[in-house]
Design a protein around this ligand. Sequence first.
Ligand code: RB5
Length: 147
Amino acid sequence: MKIAIASDHGGVNIREEIKSLMEEMGLEYEDFGCECGTSVDYPDYAVPVAEKVASGEFDRGILICGTGIGMSISANKVKGIRCALVHDVFSAKATREHNDSNMLAMGERVIGPGLAREIAKTWLGTEFEGGRHANRVGKITAYEDKQ
Ligand code: RB5
């Protein structure tokens, strides 16, 4: 599994934490910034990473900003992206099992690095359940296809 990861200036510490987790898990990843000493604009990072996941160049993406909200809103504008904003382990598991989320967003001003690591570990290690959930996800895709 190939993961694309990025953050704005508000998510640099959790980005580093998740990179070290992915190294421990033996996952291939690429870091798309930011190289931020100063403030940057989250859509400039969320959209290119979401496009890389939507195109199939990467299997999944992880985005971090201050709240996770700007990153998730931006990523979800890209067709084919189901970016889940998650701040608890239960939802990390549920969004993979039920929504087949292909991107994860978290907020560094909301949770600490330890919880972010557990969330990412759970999200990366959980499979989609399919079945009735595939039908529901299919309705999202059908709506996108009409746009
Ligand atoms: C940056 O100050 C902050 O707005 C950003 O990291 C994020 O929280 C936006 O949703």
